[in-house]
Write a protein that binds this ligand. Structure first.
Ligand code: AMP
Length: 116
């Protein structure tokens, strides 16, 4: 078993974090180094290393992650104005924590067509 990531340690309560949402499948926290006025990480409790490690058996989890994004967007008041959802995957994708997570970025206007 590989070493626990910081996100597993947050989920297990070993490391403090600003938790904004949690349910049976998902925990969401504010990013410690926000790249936008609202920057939330949506993390499955299951330590799937990245998007490419999702399996057939994770079909419910994949849906739960997206439904959690919707719930958080409504809770944070960003559903109407909109937000960006990013999933950095692997080294070239800029993923630094090997535990699947979705970035919700909001509170600023992202340049049309630009990915950053
Ligand atoms: P990524 O580069 O997609 O793997 O994103 C990892 C994100 O986790 C970065 O935006 C970090 O700022 C964030 N992060 C790392 N450690 C923590 C922490 N302890 N609490 C909250 N966010 C964190």
């Amino acid at each position: 078993m590989s070493e626990k990531t910081v996100f597993s340690r947050i989920i297990e309560g070993e490391v403090p974090a600003d938790i904004v949402y949690q349910d049976e499948h998902v925990v969401a926290i504010r990013d410690i180094n926000p790249a936008a006025p609202v920057h939330i990480l949506v993390i499955p409790r299951k330590p799937v290393p990245s998007l490419v490690h999702l399996e057939e058996g994770d079909v419910e989890l994949a849906g739960r992650l997206l439904l959690a994004v919707r719930a958080i967007a409504e809770q944070e008041g960003i559903a109407e104005d909109g937000f960006r959802l990013t999933v950095n995957t692997g080294e070239q994708g800029g993923q630094t924590v090997p535990h699947l997570h979705l970035h919700i970025l909001a509170g600023k206007r992202f340049t049309e067509g630009s990915m950053r």
